[in-house]
Design a protein around this ligand. Sequence first.
Ligand SMILES: *[C@@H]1O[C@H](CO)[C@@H](O)[C@H](O)[C@H]1NC(C)=O
Ligand SMILES: *[C@@H]1O[C@H](CO)[C@@H](O)[C@H](O)[C@H]1NC(C)=O
Ligand SMILES: *[C@@H]1O[C@H](CO)[C@@H](O)[C@H](O)[C@H]1NC(C)=O
Ligand SMILES: *[C@@H]1O[C@H](CO)[C@@H](O)[C@H](O)[C@H]1NC(C)=O
Ligand SMILES: *[C@@H]1O[C@H](CO)[C@@H](O)[C@H](O)[C@H]1NC(C)=O
Length: 401
Amino acid sequence: MSKLLCCALLFLDISIKWTTQEIFPPKYLHYDPETSRQLMCDKCPPGTYLKQHCTARRKTVCAPCPDNYYTNTWHTSDECLYCTTACKELQYVKQECNRTHNRVCECEEGRYLEVEFCLKHRSCPPGFGVLQVGTPERNTVCKRCPDGFFSNETSAKAPCRKHTNCSAFGLLLTQRGNATHDNICSGNSDMPRRCGIDVTLCEEAFFRFAVPTKFTPNWLSVLVDNLPGTKVNAESVERIKRRHSSQEQTFQLLKLWKHQNKDQDLVKKIIQDIDLCENSVQRHLGHMNLTFEQLCSLMESLPGKKVTTEDIEQTTKACTSGEQILKLLSLWRVKNGDQDTLKGLMHALKHLKMYHFPKTVSQSLRKTIRFLHSFTMYRLYQKLFLEMIGNQVQSVKISCL
Ligand SMILES: *[C@@H]1O[C@H](CO)[C@@H](O)[C@H](O)[C@H]1NC(C)=O
Ligand SMILES: *[C@@H]1O[C@H](CO)[C@@H](O)[C@H](O)[C@H]1NC(C)=O
Ligand SMILES: *[C@@H]1O[C@H](CO)[C@@H](O)[C@H](O)[C@H]1NC(C)=O
Ligand SMILES: *[C@@H]1O[C@H](CO)[C@@H](O)[C@H](O)[C@H]1NC(C)=O
Ligand SMILES: *[C@@H]1O[C@H](CO)[C@@H](O)[C@H](O)[C@H]1NC(C)=O
């Protein structure tokens, strides 16, 4: 580039800056009769009015606005504006008038301004939920509840809510919900407890031991054939296969087998040991009484797919305070395709500091993980596994490794 062009561009740049930059304080042109010249006078700032134009010898004179008057820009007016006298009916004074701001009126809570009137926010009827809550300027926006959601009330606040997931709480769906009604669940004789923790932490730790690292296509049938006692019938196996992912299939099968054989000595022994383990977990976690927000934080800190607030709400209703964490962890596990809950928890613990989480709870969770991962427990899982499954299946497991 030539030197000349360079200079020309530099000049252009400067001149553009000069013309576009605001001059401060802002000026106006004023014809001065004394000198017969056009003068550049300063404008008056907000909160004042123009008392005298500038002259060749003196700057502009601005004076403060009187009470109940205001100006809110740099201007050249010799009067201030009168503040809006009073608010309308059903409005309140949001901001009082002062020299630089007009009085601001706003509709009362629950109303919005439509032309001149403060009208009531619309309420969404059953079958519709609130998409956007109304503001002092805007009416409520309603939306028809989509599939899987419902609203059974007329409300200006409530959004559509998710249908209760009956199976997740160990209950049967007896009446399917629609846009205006929730699902209706009823007790399930297989799982009498309403909280319905499907697979407990202890069972998971133990069952996980029985799950092969690689699945052969007929793994479940091999397991069924080799478990002692009353066999799980083919229909149940098919149902489990249809409903669950591969790892969960093993969990569900073992659970059902345990349930069907609970009178056998071997199974009694296994159940006893699992109960001992669960008592220990209860000792660590059972006394905890977390608030809804704390439960939400804990669930938020787990990796992968999140348990929804609706699930957490249901859990706090269906489960005792001691069971809530365990139930939510089991919901998380299922939601995340049978991730190892303890690994998920370890991940969560690293992130919980961020949420100002109670230290005692983190410590209890840490102790629980340590306990379930301890060598003693590992020996127990091994013993139970060998007791439960004959040599044949063990060899399948080994050949799969
Ligand atoms: C005038 O009111 C406005 C808004 O309420 C406020 O930001 C401002 O500080 C007030 N000015 C004076 C001088 O009180
Ligand atoms: C709306 O549904 C919820 C959840 O099923 C229930 O607890 C509540 O009583 C229902 N309210 C009305 C007005 O039917
Ligand atoms: C209900 O919960 C079960 C188990 O937790 C889950 O597999 C299923 O996808 C859930 N159904 C809905 C509609 O969310
Ligand atoms: C929704 O279900 C309720 C009860 O289950 C029923 O009374 C109502 O008619 C249903 N509404 C629609 C639109 O299907
Ligand atoms: C848990 O805490 C709540 C509020 O902090 C209290 O109302 C409730 O009684 C407590 N429950 C238990 C079992 O301690």
